[in-house]
Design a protein around this ligand. Structure first.
Ligand code: CA
Length: 582
């Protein structure tokens, strides 16, 4: 009798504990997020970043019946670029918006539950529009980064701030617009600001408290640290070797910002962060490879150390940020990662060692390199395609101008690609454009643009800039493409229903056949789409959602391209779709 009573007490205690935590997002849930069709728990629809859903109710036969279920406006006078991927959990959608705003919405009705808006100071310096790309979920918290370089954790139910931690000084050019990543129970984030001579880094925090656990700089010569519970820091090894690939002092303001955030593969236990341009843009000031700029870094979340690196563009001279997402997948029985780099090449690296397995162009025209040598892993440079040294000009003020493709806006930029294990293809939102670029003298000044370069973006073709491309990572072939007049700037979703969803600046959310690229459905959302779609199922229905709102870097820096997009209207809303009828 006594034993039974004890057992009943234990059972009751377990039951209370379970119900209290039922809504909490756990590490276990995040590790299996890519196969959970009922929720969207992380950016990338799983920390590997494949953006694949096995859902099939919406498929090549039924997609023509897709109709809006609800839409919600972000409201206010603030619009500009909306690059956010929504999250879905516990009956709520969490979505960030421009100007560091976040909303919780009833996922069934579209009713706003709460909203948080960061009071941004005057003088923030986001280089490329006031965007945010999404949040992370952990425990009962939803966590996002702000344009004044803070991380903010809010209670999922109430929207109340639980913790708020400063990343760095926005007056020095720091900001953060990427979606935070949860890896191994830690909150991993990067920094933006490569155009202002910040020093890139990856930071790990306790997601429940915001307390720093480790920091790993991404420029050689800078010291890494671990932190104890009281915030006392201990040296954790220098990044790289001082002056090995950076001469003199320039590494102290060396860029390599980690502005897009990272991915995490539970199978390798490694987090992958891409790094941006070395600063300044004028490459003649910093001869050498300039590690670890324009690279993929594999970091062990347990130690905060770089396990391997692969540099896509050594001694970058074109602002070819290598921040693009490293998406892990299985190929020929091997765990590998794919990356469509801003420099126009698609790379496949071993996910455990970084060894280069394949590299090929995913855009039609590349001027800066003839190819990538698979033996050495290095680009075969075209020397005359590097903008000239101003020191060699008559007045030492402007180096020779070169025409370069891709432009610095990239063969691909922030918009995430998707991988479908059914077709074996990556779906890459690519752009064809070039630039005139030249170098100028420059010296570092805190809070000022640190480029030493000038540029004008140019179109290459009359009929299109954007092209959604299905790419075979084994053969390196472009299997099909779907061209678009304006540059593509939104992400991609692919599904077990044989579909690829993506948005256009012209305002359409489109569904095309994953095997052939044939357009099967489109819907006009009222403003340009520069964000990635998601899908989930609830109550027997499959839903598809995307944020609409034109903006981002193109209208700011587009040069001649602006003529193709300056008629597009701003906006800010979430759209949710489901199948009409039975
Ligand atoms: Ca850059």
């Amino acid at each position: 009798m006594k034993n039974n009573f004890c057992l009943a007490l234990v059972a009751a205690a377990v039951s209370v504990a379970l119900s209290a935590q039922a809504a909490d997002v756990t590490d276990k849930m995040l590790v299996t997020a890519s196969t959970n069709t009922h929720e969207v728990l992380s950016s990338g629809m799983g920390s590997e970043g494949q953006r694949f859903s096995p859902l099939k109710a919406v498929n090549t036969s039924t997609v023509s019946r897709l109709v809006p279920a609800w839409t919600m406006s972000f409201g206010g006078e603030k619009q500009r670029g909306q690059e956010s991927q929504p999250l879905v959990h516990n009956g709520k959608m969490f979505v960030t918006a421009s100007y560091s705003r976040i909303y919780a919405i009833d996922v069934k009705t579209g009713t706003k539950l709460w909203k948080y808006e960061e009071r941004l100071p005057e003088g923030i310096m986001p280089c490329c529009d006031v965007v945010n790309r999404g949040a992370a979920l952990y425990g009962n918290l939803v966590i996002f980064g702000t344009l004044d370089a803070h991380l903010i954790a809010l209670d999922q139910d109430t929207g109340k701030v639980v913790w708020n931690d400063k990343i760095d000084d926005y007056k020095a050019g720091y900001s953060f617009s990427g979606a935070p990543l949860i890896a191994d129970g830690l909150l991993l984030t990067g920094v933006s600001g490569g155009e202002f001579g910040v020093v890139g880094r990856v930071e790990a925090r306790d997601p429940m408290t915001g307390k720093m656990v480790w920091v790993r700089p991404t420029v050689e010569g800078h010291m890494g640290y671990t932190f104890d519970k009281d915030g006392n820091k201990t040296e954790n090894g220098m990044t790289g070797t001082l002056n090995a690939s950076w001469p003199g002092e320039l590494w102290k303001t060396g860029g390599a910002s980690t502005w897009l955030g990272g991915t995490f593969d539970p199978k390798t236990g490694l987090a992958y962060f891409g790094t941006g341009n070395p600063a300044p843009w004028n490459s003649h000031l910093r001869p050498g490879d300039n590690l670890y700029s324009c690279s993929t870094l594999a970091i062990d979340p347990k130690t905060g150390k770089i396990v391997w690196h692969y540099q896509n563009t050594p001694n970058d001279g074109w602002d070819f940020d290598g921040v693009n997402e490293f998406v892990t997948f299985d190929m020929n029985g091997q765990r590998v990662g794919g990356k469509a780099d801003r420099n126009g090449f698609f790379y496949v690296n071993d996910a455990k060692t970084g060894k280069l397995i394949n590299a090929f162009p995913f855009v039609r025209k590349i001027t800066w390199a003839k190819g990538i040598d698979l033996k050495t892993g290095r680009p075969i440079y075209v020397d005359e395609s590097r903008p000239g040294d101003p020191e060699k000009s008559a007045d030492k003020k402007k180096g020779s101008v070169v025409f370069s493709t891709p432009s610095f806006l990239g063969g691909k930029n922030q918009m995430p690609m998707a991988y479908n294990p059914g077709t074996g293809y990556f779906y890459v939102p690519a752009n064809e454009w070039g630039m005139e670029i030249w170098n100028e003298p420059i010296s570092y000044k805190k809070g000022a643009a640190y480029l030493g370069a000038g540029f004008t973006i140019k179109t290459l073709n009359d009929d299109y800039i954007g092209a959604l491309r299905a790419i075979d990572p084994k053969s390196g072939k472009i299997v099909w493409e779907d061209k678009n007049t304006a540059p593509l700037w939104g992400g991609v979703l692919t599904t077990g229903g044989g579909l690829v969803f993506y948005g256009t600046p012209e305002g359409y959310l489109k569904a095309v056949d994953a095997k052939t690229g044939k357009e099967l459905w489109k819907y006009q959302t009222g403003s340009g789409i520069v964000a990635p779609p998601i899908t989930w199922e609830d109550g027997g229905n499959q839903y598809v959602a995307v944020v609409s709102g034109w903006g981002g870097a193109v209208p700011l820096w587009g040069g001649d391209v602006a003529k193709k997009v300056n008629m597009l209207e701003q906006g800010g809303s979430v759209w949710v779709f489901k199948l009409a009828g039975k």
